[in-house]
Design a protein around this ligand. Structure first.
Ligand SMILES: NC(=O)c1ccc[n+]([C@@H]2O[C@H](COP(=O)([O-])OP(=O)(O)OC[C@H]3O[C@@H](n4cnc5c(N)ncnc54)[C@H](OP(=O)(O)O)[C@@H]3O)[C@@H](O)[C@H]2O)c1
Length: 276
């Protein structure tokens, strides 16, 4: 039995659909009963902040999809670290053998925002003795519609992006990779750097979205973020991410999606045609 956490999120909803379509047995962890019913699959109600509820959801489970997000840092610490490391410990106690973790692009100790948090969780998972697979996606194409991370800015693509290229990925492809790993043969440990089919500048993306592009100097972007009420330290961390994007830190295109699913990842045009 597979337990899918973060089942109601950007990746989770698409993963639930992919597993259901392939006839794979799974259970979704949801915080809200109504959202569980909407998913239309077996579900358990639980919260990462309530370990007993996670332990109950893990009964009879041998594979875990570890995914969560959304919570803002508290005193500079991402709650996700405590939540996911606890879930890993509970999974081992429950007899889980394989964990597929939705991580982030190239996490490391010097990274900021949730990227560093993912590194801490990856280290914990690698040391757990469980089989693991790390999915390290670039940014999701869906961000342009949700405003996640401040990428969508009014009706323009605006930020200190310069001409740096980013190989954004459709969450649909991340979910397809997770489904392949969860339903496939067990693996000891492997990391997959997941990208879309092409690396585009934000000006090119704005053109595809049919909105203007505003390349903001970092100082202007910082002032706009502060004016929105974001604390200084968070703005600094966001500038770190922007600088990484502008310098081509997410411009590599990998073969991981094709390797795992047997087909190419979607291009930005294909993502838009599929209805986001
Ligand atoms: N967005 C990107 O471009 C990007 C790129 C690379 C990696 N990532 C990573 O991908 C992950 C998902 O990000 P996202 O923005 O796509 O998130 P999301 O769609 O908002 O999904 C978050 C999921 O986690 C669940 N969740 C949150 N807190 C929980 C808790 N305490 N207990 C149980 N479930 C909880 C949410 O459930 P509810 O429905 O109840 O809220 C939701 O299903 C994050 O770890 C993020 O760092 C994101």
């Amino acid at each position: 039995m597979i337990l899918v956490t973060g089942a109601t999120g950007t990746i989770g909803r698409r993963l639930v659909r992919a597993l259901a379509e392939s006839g794979t047995r799974f259970r979704a962890l949801v915080r809200d009963t109504a959202k569980g019913r909407e998913l239309g699959c077996e579900f358990a109600v639980g919260d990462f902040d309530d370990p007993a509820s996670v332990a109950a959801a893990l009964r009879g489970v041998d594979r875990l999809l570890l995914n969560s997000g959304g919570a803002l840092p508290v005193a500079g610490r991402q709650p996700m670290v405590r939540q996911q490391t606890t879930a890993i410990d509970l999974a081992r106690a429950a007899g889980v053998t394989q964990v597929v973790k939705v991580s982030a692009w190239r996490p490391g100790p010097a990274a900021k925002l949730s990227v560093r948090a993912h590194w801490e969780i990856e280290e914990h998972l690698k040391a757990s003795g469980l089989g693991w697979a790390m999915l390290q996606p670039t940014g999701y194409m869906q961000n342009f519609f949700t405003g996640e991370g401040g990428f969508a800015h009014g009706r323009a693509v605006a930020g200190p992006y310069g001409t740096g290229r980013v190989a954004y990925i459709d969450a649909y492809d991340v979910a397809a990779c997770a489904a392949a790993l969860l339903a496939g043969p067990p693996r000891g440990g492997a990391t997959y750097a997941l990208t879309g089919a092409e690396a585009l500048t934000h000006e090119e993306i704005a053109g595809k979205l049919g909105v203007p592009f505003r390349d903001l100097p970092p100082r202007t972007a910082a002032a706009e973020l502060r004016a929105k009420g974001l604390p200084d330290w968070f703005v600094e961390d966001l500038l770190w991410l922007y600088a990484d994007l502008a310098s081509g830190g997410m411009s590599e295109v990998t073969t991981a999606v094709r390797d795992l699913t047997g087909r190419a990842p979607r291009t930005f045009d294909e993502f838009l045609a599929a209805g986001a």
